[in-house]
Write a protein that binds this ligand. Structure first.
Ligand code: FUC
Length: 797
């Protein structure tokens, strides 16, 4: 029996009858469910491993507890553990928000409506954007921990690995007949980095551990402890975060001493290094240091950890990790896992090999990275997560919000890591309450809050730079969709009332002030703004970026208005504001479909200097938004597909994050093979030996976007239904997923064979009505909270 994913007639209808007849619905209590299927995952499926030490940073392996992070190189005689702490940022004062740009808006808009782009952009540069952007802030490395020893050059049996299931990086080798093992992890419950050194013969652990960093002082604190203190700085920016790092050694037998910037361990049976770090960064008010005494805070953390045995520290860390990590299982093939190191498997993919288990590894690595770079109470994952070896990172590793930060959080809900979403919410709220609100009021003279294309932990609000990227007011509104999504997935009414509704309210207040009537059509449009980072040729043959009513702006406004109205409905709120938003929504201009059938990026069918541009902003309504669906707007789905094909035909997808977005688009368009082709391309062209995504250079958004894209191929729930296997490619013919989440509070597992769904289990968390789609078949049923529903085909049991 064939299933047809997008045909509304023909074989799909035949399938409908068959499936309805044979699919049986069974409700069980969760305890019974546990025994229904026990999942086994071989270690190999969750292991990155290599036969040689990393020769550069892009081969090293990341560990992290959300705040503290490290890149482990696996060196033998000289091990490098490059360190990070998520608040090590260079300071800045650009939160001085200029006033009165709003006064120039009527004239700029008039010029744009007249088609006078040249004059309008001149005015934008003079009145809205204050010259080029000056000093940039940047996220910085916390320094390095070097471990030097002398084991000669004849090492055998070398292997280094990262086990995604335990979050431990391990290096093993044999030297001079002795087997050495090193384990490194960052513990979330105990807030320390832990490195342990063992040998299978007594007294063989000897090393010198050194802490090093520019702009920091390292000194012994006592005979087994080093202290490193300093302040983040770069060039003229000297007002960065202050920090303290404590490195403490605990050995079994042997001898431990300190000298200058090193700890010396000799003749021990085993040794453990504990590293703790504290900074004075304060998200609630970045102008006011969080604490006076970072040293005391770091010492306290290190001492508390030192009271626990290594096994205890390890167990506590593994348990905390697995509580999140083990919620989702994925298997995309019933074939064996290739017994090859990860770098070789990536090489093979470049030569056209299909390796579905590597896709699983990539997917789970994305989940691993989110757990390791974004835990409650931390800063959100930046452009590099938390892993950065530079003093001046690419783009400062800041929070770009014209796609990148949002993409980092695409997998959070569907991949059952809702807690990891929290740093994003805290951060966006802090921005909105501080800079976002002041900018709306003082800069634009409007209500609510506004954000442009980027920000940073200092809550930077850009008012300088090139309009192509700097003039865009939708960053904040886009971020608010994450709040309502969190509510849809989890059903937390308190979160909706206290956090989602207020931020959506603030976003729509700005948007209502921001929209103006297009004098020709009378419809409401946003602007002046750019379609993120892209340009067009105006009829005068010249290249511009600023216009009115770009597709993305209109789609973000549509999305935010709808999300706000939905939030208000859930809370039974009906007031002046909800009425105003409903009215504005009814007058809002929709993006246009051009003469060639493509969805237009701008309100006119302009010629495009870069038809393969990396941003595919006009398809926001396809993903991550839901303005365009097969059920509601089939004509826009066709137009979106044409736009995507056109972008790709002109070289689109050349950055990792752009490729990752494309996977999500194809998944929403339910084109399994196209989605798969782009998964392969992501692995072939945009994945480094350590599985990090490359922009280039390294940028983590593609990892997260790719992970979300793989999930989107397996389950979707943005259009009021749970759609199972909406884009399952040939290459993943037999497999299962367990524990993915769907909107309206469902946890879903599914098994398929030879490309056909065999069974699904849906756990209802909130007791909402459930509508499940597979191909053209829809099954509807009521649910009770906590119950598990199994749908099976006749040919099963
Ligand atoms: C956006 C993209 C760039 C880069 C930067 C950090 O502006 O256009 O490609 O990813 O963010």
């Amino acid at each position: 029996m064939q299933f047809h994913f997008h045909h509304k007639t023909g074989p799909g209808l035949v399938a409908f009858g068959w499936l309805c007849a044979v699919f049986a619905l069974n409700a069980t209590r969760p305890s019974e469910a546990e025994s229904i299927e026990s999942f086994t995952c071989t270690d190999q499926m969750l292991m990155l491993w290599y036969r040689q030490p990393a020769t550069n940073w892009l081969e090293a392996l990341p560990v992290g507890n959300g705040r503290l992070g490290a890149m482990v190189f696996g060196g033998i005689n000289r091990e490098r553990i490059q360190l990070n702490e998520d608040s090590i940022w260079v300071g800045d004062t650009t939160r001085q928000i200029p006033t009165n740009a709003g006064a120039a808006l009527p004239e700029i808009r008039r010029l744009l409506f007249e088609g006078n782009y040249a004059q309008a952009e001149k005015l934008v540069r003079r009145r809205v954007l204050a010259g080029p952007r000056g000093d940039r802030t940047t996220y910085q490395t916390l320094g390095d921990l070097f471990i030097e020893t002398d084991l000669g050059n004849t090492v055998t049996q070398y292997r280094r690995e990262l086990d995604l299931d335990t979050a431990i990086a391990k290096t093993t080798f044999t030297a001079d007949g002795v087997e050495y093992t090193r384990e490194v992890f960052c513990s979330a419950p105990d807030q320390v980095l832990v490195a342990r050194f063992t040998a299978d013969k007594p007294g063989r652990i000897n090393f010198v551990a050194t802490l090093a960093r520019t702009n920091a002082v390292v000194a012994p604190h006592d005979n087994n402890c080093l202290l490193m203190t300093g302040q983040a700085a770069f060039g003229r920016l000297t007002n960065g975060v202050r920090f303290a790092v404590v490195l403490k050694a605990v050995s079994d037998n042997g001898h431990v001493t300190t000298q200058q910037n090193s700890i010396v361990v000799s003749n021990a049976n085993s040794a453990v290094l504990l590293l703790a770090a504290a900074t004075d960064y304060n998200l609630r008010n970045p102008d006011v240091p969080l604490r006076r005494d970072n040293t005391a805070a770091a010492l306290q953390q290190a001492r508390a950890a030192a009271k626990l045995s290594y096994q205890n520290l390890r167990r506590r860390s593994v348990t905390a990790h697995q509580r999140l990590f083990r919620r989702v299982k994925l298997k995309l093939s019933d074939g064996p896992v290739p017994e090859l190191p990860t770098d070789q498997r990536l090489e093979n993919i470049k030569h056209g090999v299909d390796d579905p288990h590597l896709v699983t590894l990539y997917f789970q690595f994305g989940r691993y990275l989110l757990i390791s770079s974004s835990r409650p109470g931390d800063l959100p994952a930046n452009l590099q997560g938390i892993w950065n070896e530079h003093m001046a990172a690419p783009w400062g590793a800041d929070y770009h919000i014209n796609i990148n930060l949002q993409m980092n959080y695409w997998p959070a809900e569907v991949c059952n890591l809702a807690e990891c979403h929290e740093p994003f919410f805290d951060f966006i709220e802090a921005f909105a309450a501080n800079t976002g609100r002041r900018a709306a009021r003082d800069f634009y003279g409007m209500h609510g809050f506004v954000a442009h294309y980027t920000t940073d932990p200092w809550l930077y609000f850009p008012t300088a730079g090139n309009p192509q990227w700097a003039l865009w007011q939708m960053g904040g509104a886009w971020c608010t969709r994450h709040f309502i999504e969190h509510y849809w997935f989890n059903g937390d009414k308190r979160f909706l009332r206290e956090r989602a509704y207020p931020i959506l309210r603030d976003a729509v207040q700005f948007l209502l002030d921001w929209l103006v009537e297009d004098p020709k059509s009378g419809a409401l449009v946003a602007g002046p703004s750019a379609s993120p980072e892209n340009t067009f040729f105006a009829p005068d043959g010249k290249r511009y970026s600023v216009s009115m009513g770009t597709a993305m702006d209109q789609e973000i406004v549509w999305d935010t208005f709808n999300n706000f109205i939905a939030a208000a409905k859930e809370l039974r709120i009906s007031n002046n504001l909800t009425h105003q938003v409903e009215l504005a929504l009814s007058k809002l201009a929709w993006p246009k479909i051009g003469p060639d059938g493509r969805l237009l990026e701008w309100a006119q069918p302009f010629d495009e200097p870069e038809p393969g541009h990396r941003h595919i902003s006009h398809l926001y309504g396809l993903h991550p938004g839901c303005q365009f669906t097969f059920r509601t707007t089939p004509e826009y789905m066709t137009a979106a597909r044409k736009s995507l094909e056109y972008r790709l035909a002109h070289g689109g997808g050349h950055t990792g994050w752009s490729r990752a977005w494309i996977i999500n688009f194809w998944a929403r368009l339910r084109d399994a093979e196209k989605a798969y082709e782009n998964v392969q391309l992501l692995l072939q062209k945009s994945t480094l030996p350590n599985m990090f995504d490359t922009h280039p250079p390294f940028q983590i958004d593609g990892n997260f976007g790719g992970t979300a894209g793989i999930a989107e191929m397996l389950i979707q729930s943005h259009d009021g239904q749970i759609t199972l296997l909406p884009a399952l490619p040939q290459a993943w013919r037999t497999g299962y997923f367990k524990g993915l989440r769907a909107r309206a509070g469902f946890e879903v597992s599914a098994w398929w064979r030879d490309g056909k769904l065999e069974r699904t289990q849906i756990k209802s968390l909130l007791g909402k009505h459930c509508s499940v789609r597979y191909g053209e078949v829809v099954k509807e049923f009521k649910t009770k909270p906590g119950r598990l529903y199994t749908l099976t085909g006749q040919n099963l049991d």
